[in-house]
Design a binder for this molecule. Structure first.
Ligand code: PLP
Length: 394
């Protein structure tokens, strides 16, 4: 850090943002430049990068419901949920989500990010201690930063570390925050053990089930349901509608009094335009499709397991898929980027995770399985990933 000196107020307007170029140069030097790549409507390549786990985003029932609702209710929701933005569709979706997952109530937000920000901040505050897994999603981290609570980030998937942090906290109220399925490697949080730690220490448990909902648990009811924790008076779940449901938006599920509190206090709910009617209708239609086809989640798991096994046989270091995500280690951020680009040139879209998005500093290709992935898709993926791999990847 430069030594503090006198502040110069004599800065030309065209130089005010010069520091951005310096930062960009640093990121380029570290191989951390991010690029937007436009997807075409009919990409024609094999998509192992998106989160459309059940293949519902383009399902006619789902996309058709979005179109019909947009024509009826309008393209946008016109206002905050508390002003003009709440339609009967929002209420229907909240009722159906709560019924499906076995919670007392649910509240729809405009995104999973907004749901996490709202839930973490509204359920904590300066009189609360938050204990998180150190690998939680960025949206939960932002919630913790905004919360004004005492925050401790503890060892990954380690219930004893949670218990220690809870038992040495300085605040009476406590909230444990974790992902159910961690975004980078797709590994699972030990939810039953964390819940026992919460019970023993008088804490509430907040689980982000973004990657578990629609993939894990009975008929896709999610990891919290699978752990037998849905409907517990001390458990709150957040989900996104933009992954397995193929729509857009987020939701918080839990006890009725938690939902009531969020309506009154969650700033990312109150001061945000409500989720668009088309997205709400799409999520409702996707939920109906999931109920009608309860075997879809198992197909995702089988596809992810098969993909991971084949890549390990080919000599790569991969995560062991416990949901839809399979990650493959890359030697460096630059090589991960160029590897992913070569895969795209050969018709296979894969994600690329690099610092700071990876907590352990290891860059990865990140693949996501889908229910409709065929044997021949897996053959293609493994062949392309192998043929385009950098030398030090195996
Ligand atoms: C674990 C996790 N939580 C929350 C989110 C945010 O959800 P959304 O994309 O709906 O804002 C994501 C999405 O990337 C995620 O992976």
């Amino acid at each position: 850090m430069s030594a503090p000196g006198p502040i110069s107020t004599d800065v030309q307007p065209e130089r005010v943002f010069d520091w951005l170029d310096e930062e960009a140069e640093k990121r380029a030097g570290a191989g951390l430049v991010r690029r937007l790549r436009a997807r075409t409507a009919e990409p024609g390549d094999l998509d192992l990068a998106g989160n459309d786990y059940l293949g519902l985003a383009k399902d006619k029932r789902v996309a058709g419901a979005a179109a019909a609702a947009s024509l009826r209710w309008g393209a946008g929701s016109t206002g905050s949920r508390l002003v003009t933005g709440s339609t009967e569709l929002h209420a229907d979706l909240e009722r159906e989500l709560a019924r499906f997952c076995g919670t007392e109530a649910a509240l729809v937000f405009s995104s999973g990010f907004a749901a996490n920000l709202g839930a973490v901040t509204a359920l904590s505050g300066s009189e609360c201690a938050i204990v998180t897994d150190k690998y939680i999603h960025a949206s939960l981290i932002e919630g913790c930063r905004l919360s004004r609570a005492d925050v401790a980030a503890v060892a990954h998937r380690d219930p004893a570390a949670f218990t220690h942090a809870l038992s040495t906290r300085r605040k009476q109220r406590a909230l444990v925050v974790t992902d159910s399925v961690f975004s980078v490697d797709g590994d699972l949080a030990p939810l039953p053990e964390l819940w026992h730690a919460c019970r023993a220490q008088g804490a509430a448990l907040l689980v982000d089930d973004a990657h578990g909902f629609g993939v894990l648990g009975d008929g896709g009811r999610g990891a919290v349901h699978e752990a037998g924790l849905s409907g517990s008076p001390d458990v709150v779940t957040t989900i996104t509608l933009s992954k397995a449901l193929g729509a857009q938006g987020g939701a918080v599920l839990g006890p009725r009094r938690v939902i009531r509190h969020l309506v009154d206090t969650a700033r990312s709910f109150i001061f945000d335009t409500a989720l668009a009617p088309g997205s709400v209708a799409a999520a409702l239609a996707a939920l109906t499709a999931l109920r009608a086809e309860p075997g879809l989640p198992a197909q995702v798991l089988a596809a992810a397991t098969g993909l991971g096994a084949r890549l390990r046989e080919a000599g790569f270091t991969t995560s062991t898929p416990e949901a839809a995500v399979v990650s493959v280690h890359a030697p460096s951020p630059d090589e991960a980027m160029s590897w992913a680009a070569r895969c795209a040139e050969h018709g296979v879209r894969v994600g690329c995770f690099r610092p700071p998005s990876v907590p352990d500093g290891i860059s990865r290709l990140r693949l996501t399985a889908r229910a409709d992935l065929t044997e021949s898709d897996v053959d293609t993926a493994v062949r392309v990933i192998t043929e385009t791999a950098p030398d030090r990847a195996r």
